[in-house]
Design a protein around this ligand. Structure first.
Ligand code: BTN
Length: 148
């Protein structure tokens, strides 16, 4: 009898923890913004629930790199907590002749990634720049109004 009570208590504890954790758990969802340790922000504009494809934009603010403070397009995929996304550093304002690809996962409200930056015209894999970015949730964003 005592064992049954302990079992029930543990079950209740487990269930309440799960529910509580689920309530607080962030997900990679549309209209969310994530800022990394260098101040750059990934904006997720849409997540297609059928294809898992994401679209968004990225604003680079990392010191030592080009193409700063300009909006660049993002495309990628989410699969549960796994995520991969890319941007081409090309726009009418400024182009940096390069592409970056991030791969990572959502864990405890942060997106942990490894990235690779490849420059157009590279001839050696040693020229691919690599690094690590950790993004923290910085809020919900809104759709830009189509009305001027
Ligand atoms: C370039 O300089 O070729 C384009 C800008 C690259 C910025 C890199 S991408 C990986 C790292 N994370 C950032 O937020 N910015 C830098």
């Amino acid at each position: 009898m005592k064992n049954l009570h302990i079992g029930l208590l543990l079950c209740a504890l487990f269930l309440s923890n799960t529910l509580f954790a689920n309530e607080k758990q962030l997900s990679v969802q549309s209209l969310s913004a994530w800022t990394n340790q260098d101040g750059s922000t990934l904006y997720i504009d849409s997540v297609n629930p059928t294809t898992n494809q994401i679209t968004g934009h990225y604003i680079n603010r990392a010191a030592g790199y080009g193409c700063q403070n300009i909006k660049y397009p993002v495309t990628g995929w989410v699969y549960g907590t796994a995520i991969t996304f890319q941007t081409i550093w090309q726009s009418t304002t400024q182009s940096c002749n390069s592409i970056t690809s991030w791969t990572g996962f959502l864990y405890q409200d942060q997106i942990f990634t490894l990235w690779q930056l490849v420059i157009n015209g590279s001839t050696n894999t040693g020229q691919i720049v690599q690094g690590k970015d950790t993004f923290s949730y910085t809020g919900a964003t809104e759709h830009e109004s189509l009305l001027k």
